[in-house]
Design a protein. Structure first.
Length: 414
């Protein structure tokens, strides 16, 4: 019992970014724990605290790595996002050789990889939105896309949010901006001079987040760009739609790689954490690249090249945690928040036909809509009203009274 109390204190301190104190409480728990107690604890939280302590130099790498190796041997299936790097650090042949013959280089590479992932996860954590009590989460869309929100013919997509593949987004820098800022060059993947496209599995839904204390959520640029030149509609979601999933704030960046505040109600501390994280990633990656170039220039051993190729994949995996959380400041008027999922089950992928087939997946929890605003230029809006009220009635049937309002935009636009 005492062990779990130490671990709980460690978690609470880590949430306050008190890394040294959190690590101290964790060590008290770890040093008094049994295998059963560790099994009942949150391994992911322990790894977060350990990697934070490693990054900040709270304890030596040797001390921390001994705990990491113990966790790897006893809980190999519970390492979460750290699985790849920890497995590599303790099993890769080149790393094993370094551990025996060049401890300094082994520790430097291990610290770089673990710290890089830690900072990516720290940034991701900082973008999480937990409180929507003073926000409207709004979605501007075409009228003919409403049917996707109200699909009810089968349980697998029963009033679920459709999340479209990232390749369908309108930003040409989608997923690449923050990589460029950090200094990660796109790898040349081609055959006979022809570029090879990769197939990723990231889907997302974007929303406009509006501070409910600042008047109407209707915003003409959003109507024009995303709602079929104001002939579409604007959907306001009830907060319970996102109860089981983390909405994440999109961070806007300048050409110089600086985080730019999107609105008045921004959290300055959150932005400071993210900017510090980006700056740290730049430095860590710079050190990593220098070490890699020097090593590969000196040694022509293909096994070492294979190991560094493996490290590059681990860096890419770490970056995948945050790649779709950054956009150029040109888009900051959108004050965007996102729901992002990775879906590898091809059976869950659906297609909308057309000149360009668009693929999407459904979110796995039910949608709840609070209001649907019909656009100022929508033709024959009455044609939609009865259908929308009927579907909303069914959508809310398991909760109770249907609170949905179908309204006409107050904006004057033609």
């Amino acid at each position: 019992m005492r062990t779990l109390v130490y671990f709980e204190r460690a978690y609470l301190l880590s949430e306050k970014n008190l890394t040294g104190e959190a690590y101290g409480e964790f060590r008290k728990g770890f040093d008094t724990s049994s295998l059963l107690a560790m099994d009942e604890s949150n391994i992911s939280t322990h790894l977060w605290i350990l990697c934070g302590a490693l990054y900040e130099g709270v304890d030596t790498f040797r001390e921390i790595s001994e705990i990491l190796e113990w966790l790897f041997k006893n809980f190999p299936n519970r390492l979460g996002e750290y699985t790849g790097i920890i497995t590599f650090v303790f099993t890769d042949p080149y790393m094993t050789k370094l551990r025996e013959e060049d401890r300094e280089t082994y520790e430097a590479i291990s610290c770089d990889l673990l710290s890089f992932l830690f900072k990516c996860l720290e940034i991701k954590h900082a973008t999480r939105i937990d409180d929507l009590s003073e926000s409207n989460v709004v979605y501007y869309t075409r009228a003919d896309h409403l049917r996707l929100l109200f699909e009810d013919e089968e349980e697998a997509c029963h009033y679920r949010l459709p999340l479209f593949h990232v390749n369908h987004m309108n930003d040409p820098q989608e997923g690449t901006l923050v990589r460029q800022v950090i200094g990660i060059r796109e790898k040349d993947k081609s055959v006979s001079g022809r570029r090879i496209y990769e197939n990723d599995h990231v889907y997302l839904k974007s929303f406009f987040k509006h501070d409910s204390r600042e008047g109407s959520f209707e915003f003409l640029p959003m109507w024009i760009q995303y709602a079929d030149d104001a002939k579409g509609c604007c959907v306001v979601f009830d907060a319970r739609t996102f109860g089981n999933h983390a909405l994440r704030e999109v961070i806007y960046m300048s050409d110089a790689g600086e985080c730019v505040h999107a609105g008045k109600a921004c959290d300055s501390k959150r932005y400071e954490t993210i900017q510090e994280g980006i700056d740290s990633l730049r430095e860590i990656y710079k050190d990593y690249e220098i070490r890699k170039c020097v090593t590969l220039d000196i040694s022509k051993d293909p096994r070492i090249e294979d190991s560094y190729a493996g490290m590059d994949e681990l860096v890419d995996h770490a970056m995948s945690q945050i790649s779709y959380l950054f956009k150029h400041e040109t888009y900051k008027h959108e004050n965007e928040v996102r729901l992002i999922v990775e879906e590898n089950d091809i059976e869950k992928v659906r297609v909308i036909g057309g000149k360009v087939p668009k693929v999407y997946v459904y979110n796995d929890s039910q949608t709840y809509i609070g209001e649907i605003v019909l656009g100022p230029k929508m033709k024959e809006p009455n044609n939609f009203v009865n259908y929308l009220y009927n579907q909303c009635e069914k959508m809310w049937s398991s909760v109770g009274k249907n609170p949905v309002k179908i309204t006409k935009s107050s904006l004057l636009f033609r």
